[in-house]
Design a protein around this ligand. Sequence first.
Ligand SMILES: [Zn+2]
Length: 219
Amino acid sequence: MQQRHIYLEDTYHVSADTQVIDAGLSEHGPWVTLEDNIFHPQGGGQPSDAGTVGEAAARPFKAPDTDLHVVRLACEKTFDVGAQVTARVDPELRRRHAALHTCGHVVDGFVRELGFRHRVSNHFPNQARIEFDAGADKPDLQKLAAVVEERTREMIAADRKVYAEHRGDQRIVGIDGLHEDPCGGTHVASLGQLAGFSLRSIKVKGGVLKVGYTVEHAE
Ligand SMILES: [Zn+2]
């Protein structure tokens, strides 16, 4: 049975009444697969959601021995295949991760516009940063930070739309007027939902430009 990934369609859809379509026991404990999946598994620099199935704590993971598109939930207890359950994602964690992740796209887009090649992204709370090739000449970090910070603030103030669409096999996520990237993460619907943005740190180490930032989801 095909699993439907609601977390890719709607970031704010945080509960679902659905059916267990597969279940088992691994060395780490019980797991289930739900027909309607609302959990984002860790990936693309974004941490996983956490939540519950029924009353049992659950956390998603991508099973190495299955189709890459299947998300399983490590679960405190077992369920029978065919059981009807209510799944819930921690809404605060979801919103926080979506804000950090979306803001990462914006920071990434503006640093790239200044000619730096993206290396890797980390959207974990308190350590969110995007890394780039620093290039041959040491960049003027103060100026770089000022430009990126100002432009990001302008985009947030303008409440630019965030969109996702499928093109061929890829899911493309875009920020209106800035950039597009293939991405499987969760995002806010528009940048006005970001609050308290600032650059946390900017430095070059070993030829790598590291731009750290912080942001919250607006109330
Ligand atoms: Zn993304």
